[in-house]
Design a protein. Sequence first.
Length: 400
Amino acid sequence: MPAILPRPASLLSRLPLRSLLIPALALGLAAPAQAQQAAPGPTKVGVVTLTQSDVPYKTTVPGRAVAYEEVDIRPRVSGVIAQILYRAGRPVKVGDPLFTIDGDTYEADLKSAEAAVDSAEAALDAAHATFARYKKLESTSISVEDVDSARVAVASAEATLRSAEAARDTAKLNLDRTRITAPISGVPDVATVSTGAIVTANQTDALTTVTRLDPIYVDVEESSRRRLEHRAMLETGKLSRGETVDFALTLETGEIYERKGSFVSPGTTVSSTTGTTEMRIQFDNPNRKILPGQFLRVTITLGTVRAILVPQRATTRASDGTLSAFVAVDGKAEKRTLSSTGSYENAWIVTEGVRAGDALVVDGLTNLQDGAGVAPVPVTIDAQGVVRDASTAAPAAQEN
């Protein structure tokens, strides 16, 4: 049976107590120094100094394009469509022919009416001759009654002639109306009838529609409340009226229309269902880029307001719509709630929350908290929102 040897004592148990205390003390002294080295310093942030300036005051409202002129073409006489003389989509001018109606019947009616005029003229000439003859013989062999009868015959013949002339003119009008022309300059739509179709005078269904597209109207709606707010701003001096009101159009694609609009008519009533009032604005449309019925947006520049422009990249908007930004104050980040009246280019037009001279934080916003220590670094921000160090941007600007 093997002999059982005693277990050797632990290595720590063999070391003197002094040799154990010295390393432990050294570690304890080193720990605070390491903690001090690991403590983070102030976060470097890019700041711009805010200034107050006159900013264009704009409001954007929705609208619909409306034709400048639009006419439904209907026949004024009955008959059979003999010809269609236009091509759909091709512009026409006032008086250009669109349709012809078979006019044989109307030509015959005109000839009959002209014959009736000739007969009435002949009867009038005979009545005049009789009256003149009776007038000469009145004092000898013709009685006063005969002269009066001759005078009445002349008047009756004149009335008959006027009636015949009116019938002739009507027949001529009806014949002319067999040729249907464009009452306005514009673009005709596809014909709703074909050659050989029977139409009736003043029928309900239009033969086609002619629409004038240049210029074109845009009807916009604005809430009555906003109109009152704008009026109050003008009266209190917060909004300075410009020399003219500028109208800019945004197309359905987001493209800004190259031509400016002009004011046509203001709204005079407020809708009882939507609480809005309608205004009409006119735009030149030579290339027919805008068509009736299109949904558009109109940006109206009413004047200027004294405000501060805060770059949009420096702000955040909460789920409840609250707009906020950070300002560097005495080495600390201070969160401010902003009040804005719209936007201009890439910035918000801010009226409350910041003041001229504040150092707005525009860079280094990631994970930045209210009250955090910051080290402000002056920067510049261009129209595209690109931030550059101010110390390097200045020489570059001088070189350019």
